[in-house]
Ligand binder design. Structure first.
Ligand code: C2O
Ligand code: CU
Ligand code: CU
Length: 402
């Protein structure tokens, strides 16, 4: 891919979720020099895994991603599952002012200490969502990507039973989501198989009810009047072919712990008088480039990533590593690791089902999550929260594999 920078500022492109050589990872200052205005950079790699991925700049991320620089990257399977249609929904959140322009005020420190810049308008593939026209009886593979800066989504498909077949591009055991709710935080992807079992001529709402009291209808499945394509759901396997991921050896894995701290102590303090209290003491260990509000193991890398901070840990190349992440904050964090897909093993002590791999794992307030992976790819790799305000305000670090 040849990337030509026609912006008036530096940029890079990061290929989110693709396991690629470190020099192609797109982190300015860390894996490459920034692409200056008018310059080009050639990204060259062989994606080892089929699946649903995406790309976005890793420079001035709040503005560049927040103003729409994001795209889907789909690597097709050699032998795809049998479906009638393969459909992509890139979901993006925008904060618009009353004229419909993108509202200024990126990087507001108060927001950065809370849930980040959540907007007021969600688009589907770049437009205000229209009805999704479907035919009764068809089987659709639906690829969801949340490219929002901060908005977490929880989708419900009224009258339908979507089956999750891949998470962050990596196949899992096909399963229906807990409570029928598809949780999709920034940067996360889900591949679904949906059998359109509704009635011809009817409309079924797709609701996002993640935020209490702020449920809205994202779109709807609008059935054409014609007779069903087939009476019973297609009799074909749902399981995707597996990708060549190295399986971590849990018995002999090296153990590590990562503790997430910072932000406002709780919603209650935000309402009460004690504003910003929980943030004092969080300034230690910050590495320039803006204010630190969050930390990982007591250190904070801010901005978009840069080379000045030593790696938090060095992982022995070729070995299996078992990482426990503890969220001691009062906020949700989709934690993303560059360059690897990791197994998601346990959440709060209970095993995570359905053989899940991910590159971005969502931690609820006070959650503890265990992940594991083989450090087979050398280099300096970012680990950060994908709520962009959290990332740029310190919830970011570098992990070295050597
Ligand atoms: Cu989409 Cu640094 O990541
Ligand atoms: Cu990434
Ligand atoms: Cu976060």
């Amino acid at each position: 891919m040849v990337v030509e920078n026609r912006l008036e500022e530096d940029t890079t492109v990061h290929w989110h979720g693709i396991r690629l050589p470190n020099a192609m990872d797109g982190v300015p200052g860390l894996t490459q020099p920034p692409i200056k205005p008018g310059e080009r950079f050639v990204y060259e790699f062989m994606p080892p895994d089929a699946g649903t991925f995406w790309y976005h700049p890793h420079a001035n991320s709040l503005q560049q991603l927040g103003r729409g620089l994001a795209g889907a990257l789909i690597v097709e399977e050699a032998e795809p599952v049998q479906v009638d249609r393969d459909v992509l929904w890139v979901l993006a959140d925008w904060r618009l002012d009353s004229d419909g322009n993108i509202a200024p005020g990126f990087g507001n420190p108060m927001e950065a200490a809370m849930s980040g810049r959540v907007g007021n308008s969600v688009t589907l593939n770049g437009s205000v969502p229209q009805d999704q026209v479907v035919r009764a009886g068809e089987r659709v593979r639906l690829r969801l990507i949340n490219v929002s800066l901060a908005r977490i989504m929880a989708l419900r498909f009224g009258g339908h039973s979507p089956v999750v077949v891949a998470i962050d591009g990596q196949p899992c055991d096909p399963h229906e989501p807990d409570g029928g709710r598809l949780l999709l935080a920034p940067a996360m992807r889900l591949d679904l198989i949906v059998d359109m079992q509704g009635e011809p001529g009817r409309r079924y709402a797709v609701i996002d009810d993640y935020y209490d009291g702020l449920a809205y209808q994202l779109t709807s499945f609008a059935y054409r009047g014609e007779k069903p394509l087939r009476v019973n759901p297609l009799d074909a396997p749902l399981r995707l072919p597996r990708n060549p991921l190295p399986e971590p050896d849990l018995q002999n894995a090296e153990r590590h712990e990562m503790v997430l701290q910072g932000g406002m102590p709780s919603m209650r303090n935000m309402m009460g008088g004690g504003k910003m209290q929980g943030m004092s003491g969080m300034q230690g260990g910050m590495a320039g480039h803006g204010r630190a509000i969050w930390s990982i193991n007591g250190t904070s890398m801010t901005g978009d990533g840069h080379a000045e901070m030593p790696p938090l840990i060095t992982l022995k190349q070729g070995r299996s590593h078992y990482v426990t992440m503890r969220n001691e904050t009062a906020w949700w964090h989709p934690m993303h690791l560059h360059g690897f897909s990791f197994r998601v093993l346990n959440r709060n002590g209970a095993p995570v089902l359905h053989n899940q791999w991910a590159d971005t794992v969502l931690l609820a307030p006070k959650d503890t999550v265990d992940i594991a992976f083989v450090a087979d790819n050398p280099g300096d790799w970012m680990l950060h929260c994908h709520v962009t305000d959290h990332q740029t305000a310190g919830l970011m670090t570098v992990i070295r594999v050597a």
